[in-house]
Ligand binder design. Sequence first.
Ligand code: PMP
Length: 387
Amino acid sequence: MSTMMERYGTAMIKAFGTPQRVLVRGEGPYVWDAEGTRYLDLLGGIAVNALGHCHPRLVAAIAEQAATLMHVSNLFTTPQQIELAERLDALVGGGRHARTFLTNSGSEANEAALKITRLTGRHKIIAMEGSFHGRTLGALSLTATAKYRLPFEPLPAGVTWVPYGDADALAAALDDETAAVILEPIQGENGVVEPPAGYLQFAREQCDAHGALLWFDEVQTGMGRTGAWLESAAQGVQGDLVTFAKGLGGGFPIGACVAVGQAADLIQPGQHGTTFGGNPLASHAALTVLDIIESEGLLLHAERTGAWLASSIEAVGLPQIDHVRGRGLLRGVVLTEPISADIARRALERGFIVNAPRPDVLRLAPPLIVTTDDLQPFIDALPDLVA
Ligand code: PMP
């Protein structure tokens, strides 16, 4: 009988290379492979499993909704969709008029936002070097990484990239033909890169001066990941467009594009749509995630646990580790040598899941429910992992 890996390679169009393990079960911050080996999931499904794996309240809520009403067409609506949209509008709008479009993923949330920017009558977009916004053609047209884009050109035109965090370059690129500036409040795929203090505010002022929309991609940073509902709001700035996914469903596929102020009224009924986006099952899952983040105090927990994680890693005092950056439980361990892939491989052998977004950066994005007790064995193993 062929192995799971052989069957995978035959059956599937691979997203990356061959998967590292076949995972069969999860509980809290841990997952188990087909051989019964347990791993501490320090990556949280890449910032998705906010509540850890199989949180009992989320599992029960999904089962209950599945047994009540799983899907309706978008010719109808359900209380779950309306309630989720109201929650997101309030979170992002902060008192201003806002509206939400629900999707299945981060890429689709960005597609919706990109279509909204087109309805301004302008089509020029300024994005950031090092950005990642997804792999569907519209989202890909915003993503900076050339190797992702080049095989698929021509892509939608009009995008220019400026160095992330460079105020002068942003000011020079923006003009009165610019529809929007899109940026991640912390760049995730680029290796957890933070902008300089005041940069988001500067972008806000520049967009206002030129009548351009400010668009925050919070797909990776949002929903508690950095210890705040929105990392942009934590940095004191409100966007006109904010996109979410990943942690929003805690593992259930759902994304959202929230539009504030005038941007909220640009799309007219009939101009955009989706069959599944935010169906009652997905919306109920997301509402439950938001409730649990609130009732379990996970924003503060993520902020404190993330600070402990960063300082504990630095305190080991290893020469291969320069410093730890990021906020809350979105962290990049900056290395002095290009050894992140080796560390990630050794970590997996020792029962820790981490990833290597750049040769000199390890990314950590554990579930928001992770405790210092769960994390301590990783700290203890670090000298062996880097050596
Ligand atoms: N935006 C950002 C900032 C992301 O990190 C990602 C996924 N890594 C996406 C968009 C795309 O999301 P999805 O994979 O759900 O389409």
